[in-house]
Design a protein around this ligand. Sequence first.
Ligand code: AVJ
Length: 353
Amino acid sequence: MAVNQNITQLKEANKLKIEQKENSRLRWINLNSAIASVDESADLIQGLNQTPKSLPCRYFYDDRGSELFEQICDLPEYYPTRTEQAILENYALEIAQMTGSCHLIELGSGSSRKTRLLLEAYSQINQELQYYPIDVSAGILKTTALDLLRQYPKLKLCGLAGTYEQALAQLPPAELQNRMLIFLGSTLGNLNQEQCNKFLTQVQQALKPGEFFLLGVDLQKPIEILEAAYNDSQGVTAAFNLNILRHLNQRFQSNFVIDQFAHLAFYNRVENQIEMHLRSLKTQTAVLEALDFEVSFQAGETIRTEISRKFYIPTLISVLENHAFQALQVWTDPQAWFGLLLCQRQCINNECP
Ligand code: AVJ
């Protein structure tokens, strides 16, 4: 199994090399390991061994999961994408004017649908566009890259398929005057406080004083609106949630029986977060062959697959300050449902003379 998987990935890598030759504006780095390694999945095993059980939410985003997420973005109940999009429509040019020419680096770029507004804005203030999208889903990254290169003749693009940790450890050097790290869609909310602090420390270390960090976050609001956004009437969010098991089955040769689990999403008022779970409909055991690991469920037991924290801007600003980021400007929509923060890396200790 592992060998076959490896060969497929090698073929894929060769295809990409050929494309790279044909298109001098495109470069490509794939850090997704060819063989499911124990190292990559340490947090997976840890989460399944804990009570209550949990899964790292990056496993949502195989190619199928990324497609389902794109469908979620268009759901009437799922307000975050269109609200953030509207904020960017209003302020992308202001952002570009505030930062000046920037090498744009984006974590979790997906289809880059909102980033196009930034590319438009930066192409108005600058001759050259440099974009470095990062995503765990190589499929969506590649499709998007080719599409963007067709759409923007001035654009040079280097894509990285890998995790945030991998990407932050080796950000590309600035090829324009400045760099801006972009993190939209409130993906920060998927990290608990401890993970969030760790992540922001990595961002702090990855950026130099003066560089920019553009952060989109979902804000606190009435609970009915929040819960509806994760329990859509068409069941797309449920399919997205269940797809994580299908992805694990494929990636780790496991045997989760998908229809023996049910989607569950609710707002946790104590933690100020939406939680998505999968509830085991019966007592059952699954084996993850590639990891030589077995996990058992009681009937009714749940695995938490995602947290999605809802932020309060003043608190977030002080968390950012603790990581050497100053919020230069905060934009929201008229209902204050979503926030977009342009932050700048400050000098700390004796970094600057
Ligand atoms: C893009 C990861 C922030 O938490 O709202 C959408 C993912 N999960 N519906 C979110 C998601 C369920 C989304 N993030």
